[in-house]
Design a protein. Sequence first.
Length: 365
Amino acid sequence: MLSDDRKRRLAESMREAGLDAVLLYGNAWQNDYLRYATDFGILEGQALAIARADGEVTLYLDSPLEADRAVVDSPGVQVTYAPDLLGTVDAALDRMRNQRIGGAPYRLLPRRITARAKNLKLDDETALLDRLLMGKLDSEVVAIRSAAHLADEGYAVFRQAARPGRADYELVAEIEAFFRANGVDDNFQIIGVGGPEVRGMAPPAGKRLKRGDLVTTELTPCVDGYYVQICRTLVVGEPSTNQLAAHAVYREAMEAGIAAVRDGVAAADIARAENDVFRRHGLGDYVTSEYTRVRGHGMGLFADTKPHILEDVTTRIDANMALIVHPNTYHPVVGYLVLGDAVIVTKTGCDVLTTTPRELFSVPA
């Protein structure tokens, strides 16, 4: 099983690092560190888990409903309902005082615990977990490929749903219905509708589609806990000359970024390849943090995980990492545009997982 593969890899890495256990935190927004060891996707409350080097994992949850669900969803894990989450975990850590413990993600661990780090022999081992989360096992890649296939199918549904007069939330509802009917655990989606006044994407707000609008979206379906993203833009009606010209720049930038992906490069190299295209077209101002956040990012047990593709991120890119390359940003003439494909890094380049054409789509007005 996929979860067993991860647990074995985690235990091996802990033994290599001289760790007796790791303490992992998760909540409904970010639970990738927690899920790596427990295979549990938390929906409410908070959770902590102690994973030991012998493979034993105990999951502590402060919600009785979540605890009941975890018993069913994670049969290989010891589940403990802990209304006093910190008190219960504190006591468990006290019983491990002679052992070396790592914590991840350390910045999210409760201060009550980290304040006693020296006495508990608790060290920040976020980097160890990050390496495991970024570098995928072959069995993880299988799940990621399945999610990529559904991302492509989902965007086809999105295109069919996009019609003049429809509200943005109606498009999102159709996508959600399709994904849930096809076994998708979760989907992170944001959307933008309009022209030059649109500076980014957000959850749906009731905006109705009209002729000439750019409709941007990123779909991020989750299969077996693994998220894969696709970004595309369409126009309601025939695209204008300016819209086509702008989109061509984004396609050139995305393809330059994808061409830069290979084992051994840095995240910064990919971002620079994308951004240099914008600079050549006189759009260098629009690759800054004033207009865009990242030029891509990792994918896996979290929708937006490390490494972040930015020119100041020196993280080495290794084979079997899963990334999305997306030069999404504001264009001063036509508004916000998105285009992004998911890839798996190889020794000599990358395998592109998403197959939706890289065109500026149009739907009847």
